[in-house]
Ligand binder design. Structure first.
Ligand code: SF4
Length: 191
């Protein structure tokens, strides 16, 4: 199989790439992440991915355009539902690119993260696959979570401290906001 793998960064690509290669799947990477802010963080993650790709002889197509405006236009006024919007933006473009290059299917390293909404990623991946007439390749890459972390440390790759968008950056560092979100989460669970 010839697969186009959406890659969000270097560290998250380690385990999925290794697992797919073990199955003799021909993998090409595709970096399209308009959700990564601010600009210096975007550049840093991209540089880390490039180092990883070179070391692993991993061919990656890179969309270098910084997508702050495009991303914000889609999520403003929908901040609470921003993650599914963000997954859809990235997977739709990946599905389109997969069709363009004649791949058999596409997938995403988002399926590696324990912190993402795994079920939403599957649902949106399938929707985009159907919409664009291409296969969505699903694997639960979370199984290699620790292996990926250990290897990324061993390779001295830059590991990002927050998911990507400016909202997630605030959630990571703003203690007051963390408290508020925990409270909201507890209330939601109780209802
Ligand atoms: S938290 Fe992560 S997945 Fe959710 S919108 Fe922000 S960058 Fe996208």
């Amino acid at each position: 199989m010839n697969l186009l793998l959406h890659v969000c960064c270097g560290p998250c690509s380690i385990y999925p790439l290794s697992r797919l290669r073990q199955q003799h799947i021909e993998v090409t990477g595709y970096f399209y992440n308009p959700n990564i802010h601010p600009y210096r963080e975007f550049r840093r993650r991209l540089a880390s991915l490039r180092d990883f790709a070179e070391e692993m002889a991993f061919q990656v197509e890179i969309e270098t355009e910084y997508g702050l405006t495009e991303y914000l236009r889609q999520v403003v006024f929908h901040e609470k539902e921003r993650c599914p919007i963000c997954y859809a933006m990235r997977m739709e473009k990946t599905a389109e690119q997969a069709v363009k290059i004649g791949a058999d299917a596409f997938s995403t390293t988002l399926l590696y993260s324990r912190y993402q909404n795994h079920e939403a990623i599957i649902r949106i991946g399938k929707t985009m696959a159907e919409k664009h007439g291409i296969g969505f390749h699903y694997e639960d890459f979370r199984e290699g979570w620790q292996e990926g972390i250990d290897k990324s440390i061993g390779m001295d790759l830059y590991r990002q401290p927050y998911c990507g968008c400016i909202y997630s950056e605030q959630e990571r560092y703003d203690k007051k906001l963390q408290k508020k979100l925990r409270k909201e989460h507890k209330q939601q669970k109780a209802t």
